[in-house]
Ligand binder design. Structure first.
Ligand code: BDR
Ligand code: CA
Length: 307
C-alpha cells in the first residue's frame, strides 16, 4: 500500500506546526494540501503561517484559505494566550514568498475528494467550519472521503477552553455538530487521548539537537506553549494534540477506539461539549485510549529526520 493521500485543515498554531512538519517528513503520507481556518489565530494569519511552514519544510503543496468566521452568529476570539499573537509564540512573523491558491478550502476539499474517491484522508486540526462547508457544497463529499480524522472533542475528559468544551469544537459548535451528524466516516482524536501524549522542555531540546533548523524552530515555539501549560498548573509538559491526530491517520493501531454516535451542544453554558447522541445517527470512531509513549517516540524519531 502506498502513502495515504492527506489534506490537513489547520489553524497554525504551535502544535499545528509540529503536526505539519511531522506530516512533511512522513514517507507514509502524501501531503496534497493544507486548508486554513481561524482558531488559534485568525484565518488570514493561519494562511500566512501555513505557507511559511510549507516553505520552511520545502513542501510544494497548495494552501487554500478557509472560512473567516464560525457558523451562525457565534462569536470568535483567537486563542492568543496559548499560541501568541502571531501563532508561533515569540517567533517573529515572516511574510512568505508563496501565495495561497485561488480555490477556497471547501472547494479544494470537495475537488480532491471527488478526484480520489475512497482514498482521501482529511485531518482537521482546528474548528470544523471548512469541513461543514465542504459537506454543504458537495452532498457527495461525505461518501467520497475515506476518513475524516479530527483533533477535537472529549468523551470523558472534560474540556480545555471551558470546563465542558475542547477548543476546536468550542470555536464553531454548529459546524462541528453538522460534521458529526453528517454520516461521514469521522474519527475523533480528542482530549481523552491527546492529554496522554506529552512533551517536555527536554524533549524539545532533543528535537532541536537532532534537527537544528526545523526542530530548532519548533523548540523556540514550544517555549511559549510550555509557559502556558505551566501557567495553568500542568507541569508534565505540553500535549501533542495535533501531532497525535496525524499519527492516528498513519498508525491507527496505536489507538483503541469505541463506536459512539456523537452530538455537540450548540448553545448555553455547555456549548462545544461533545457527548453521546441518541437519535440513531452514524457512530463516530472515538479514540478512547492511546499507547502514549509509542506515539511520542514516533513523533521524536520522525522529527529527527528533519534538517
Ligand atoms: C486544539 O486547540 C488548538 O489550540 C490546538 O492547536 C489543538 O488543535 C487543542 O484543544
Ligand atoms: Ca490546531
Amino acid at each position: 500500500m502506498g502513502p495515504i493521500k492527506l489534506v490537513i485543515d489547520t489553524d497554525p498554531g504551535i502544535d499545528d506546526a509540529m503536526a505539519i512538519f511531522l506530516a512533511a517528513v512522513s514517507a507514509d503520507i502524501e501531503l496534497l494540501g493544507l486548508t486554513t481556518i481561524f482558531g488559534n489565530v485568525t484565518t488570514d494569519i493561519a494562511t500566512r503561517n501555513a505557507l511559511r511552514l510549507l516553505e520552511a519544510a520545502g513542501v510544494d503543496a497548495p494552501v487554500a484559505p478557509g472560512a473567516a468566521m464560525p457558523w451562525g452568529d457565534w462569536p470568535f476570539e483567537p486563542s492568543w494566550e496559548v499560541h501568541g499573537r502571531e501563532g508561533f509564540g515569540d517567533i517573529e512573523p515572516v511574510t512568505p514568498v508563496t501565495v495561497p491558491v485561488g480555490e477556497s478550502a471547501a472547494e479544494l476539499l470537495t475537488r480532491l475528494a471527488r478526484e480520489f474517491p475512497g482514498e482521501l484522508v482529511v485531518c482537521p486540526l482546528g474548528p470544523l467550519t471548512n469541513i461543514a462547508d465542504a459537506l454543504v457544497r458537495d452532498p457527495g463529499f461525505a461518501g467520497n472521503v475515506a476518513r475524516i480524522v479530527l483533533m477535537g472533542g472529549s468523551l470523558d475528559e472534560g474540556g480545555n477552553i471551558t470546563p465542558h468544551a475542547e477548543a476546536n469544537i468550542y470555536h464553531d459548535p454548529q459546524a462541528a455538530e453538522a460534521v458529526f451528524a453528517s454520516g461521514a466516516p469521522v474519527e475523533m482524536v480528542g482530549l481523552d487521548v491527546t492529554h496522554r501524549v506529552t512533551c517536555t522542555e527536554e524533549d524539545f531540546d532533543q528535537i532541536a539537537e537532532a534537527s537544528p533548523e526545523l526542530g530548532g524552530m519548533l523548540k523556540r515555539m514550544s517555549e511559549y506553549y510550555l509557559k502556558f501549560y505551566r501557567s495553568v498548573g500542568k507541569l508534565d509538559g505540553c500535549s501533542l494534540h495535533d501531532p497525535a491526530a496525524i499519527i492516528a491517520c498513519t498508525h491507527p493501531h496505536l489507538f483503541e477506539t469505541r463506536d459512539v454516535p456523537i452530538r455537540v451542544v450548540t448553545s448555553g453554558e455547555e456549548a462545544g461539549r461533545t457527548e453521546a447522541a441518541e437519535d440513531g445517527r452514524k457512530p463516530t470512531k472515538v479514540c478512547v485510549t492511546v499507547q502514549g509513549p509509542e506515539v511520542k517516540q514516533l513523533f521524536l524519531d520522525r522529527l529527527a529526520q528533519l534538517p
